[in-house]
Design a protein around this ligand. Structure first.
Ligand code: 13P
Length: 340
């Protein structure tokens, strides 16, 4: 793929009115989600749950791409169409999670570095054959006493940049995801300071590794108080703090920024995105790449039962639609009850 093609895919991933579904939970993570609804995490249940999401009527109007896990990329719809082919036929771009998870960073208690670079070139070539046109790598930065260290941020930024360079070499658009966690009691200012430092080091490494910034999608956290912080913030405060952090750190060549939801409620994640787009225009598209905030309602409506397939689909389609509206600031909280 040429640089122009990479840019075209990156732009399509953040096309106006649309966003990305993160459905790339690893086997241990999807088991945790299924445990919450007392469903067994069998290969068939995982396949059937993902089929429910991918085939939801109307959802593809608001979903530009789906991030898949290795197992899902190789699975098919119940009538035998491989998932990547099914999605591509509907104009939804298939993507793949390629990192191997955040592992303890030796010598730095409480901090992690994301692994998965060994053999990545070969894995990317296979994933492209299987239909993936973009990839995801998640770095995790935790806030606590004395952390994050500059070294942890640098180690993660370096790995993200090596991954991104390998993706572009393989003709795959890298989603660059440095996630500053919202666990903990820190305030919004501290989240802003750590996010700013993380993005600054990440872009320095991307440039040092000669990554074409017009052929990536950035997937950051929003600037938000920790879940245990006594002073929570309004949607407008989150929007202003996040946009000002991004403006200071994200070059205008980046076509789009697709936020993770990170443990926010689904309605908060939509309201925050909406408030940010109301502050526009911005140099980049401001979009979503939510996992939990797109799936929570669908997962509980489905509850692992075949007879709830349609109910799960309408719960998912509703969140996709409302987040699609938040892409232009056209969402309003009253739409939640009107739709219920
Ligand atoms: P959440 O939106 O649930 O944070 O998931 C997004 C994601 O892909 C995390 O890597």
């Amino acid at each position: 793929m040429s640089g122009t093609e990479l840019t075209a895919v990156a732009r399509a991933m953040v096309a106006p009115g649309k966003g990305i579904l993160a459905a790339d939970e690893s086997s241990p993570t999807i088991k945790k989600r299924f445990d919450m609804i007392s469903a067994e995490s069998t290969e068939e249940n995982r396949r059937s749950y993902r089929e429910m999401l991918f085939t939801a009527p109307g959802a593809s109007k608001h979903i530009s791409g789906v991030i898949l896990f290795d197992e899902t990329l190789r699975q098919s719809t119940s009538d035998g169409t491989p998932f990547p082919e099914y999605l591509a036929n509907r104009g939804v771009i298939p993507g793949i999670k390629v990192d191997k998870g955040a592992k303890a960073l030796a010598g730095f208690p409480g901090e992690t570095v994301t692994e998965g670079l060994d053999g990545l070139r070969e894995r990317l070539a296979e994933y492209r054959e299987l239909g993936a046109r973009f990839a995801k790598w998640r770095a995790v930065i935790d806030i606590g006493t004395g952390i994050p260290t500059d070294f942890c941020i640098l180690a993660n930024a370096h790995a993200l940049a090596r991954y991104a360079a390998l993706c572009q070499e393989a003709g795959i658009v890298p989603i660059v995801e440095p996630e500053v966690l919202m666990d903990g009691a820190h305030d919004i200012e501290r989240c802003g300071e750590v996010t700013s430092r993380t993005l600054d080091r990440t872009f320095a490494q991307l440039e040092a590794h000669r990554v074409a910034l017009d052929g990536i999608v950035l997937k950051p956290n929003m600037v938000i108080p920790g879940m245990k912080c006594a002073r929570q913030a309004s949607a407008e405060e989150v929007a202003e703090a996040t946009v000002s952090c991004l403006t200071a750190n994200v070059p205008a060549q980046v076509p789009g920024i697709a936020f993770l939801s990170g443990g926010q409620s689904d309605t908060d994640a939509t309201a925050h995105l909406n408030a940010m787009n109301k502050l526009g225009p911005h140099p980049w598209e401001l979009s979503f790449s939510y996992g939990r905030a797109l799936q929570a309602a669908a997962l509980s409506a489905w509850s692992g039962r075949a007879e709830n397939f349609a109910a799960g689909q309408s719960a998912f389609s509703l969140r996709a639609k409302l987040n699609g509206l938040a892409r232009t600031g056209a969402y309003d909280q009253s739409m939640e009850s009107a739709a219920a």
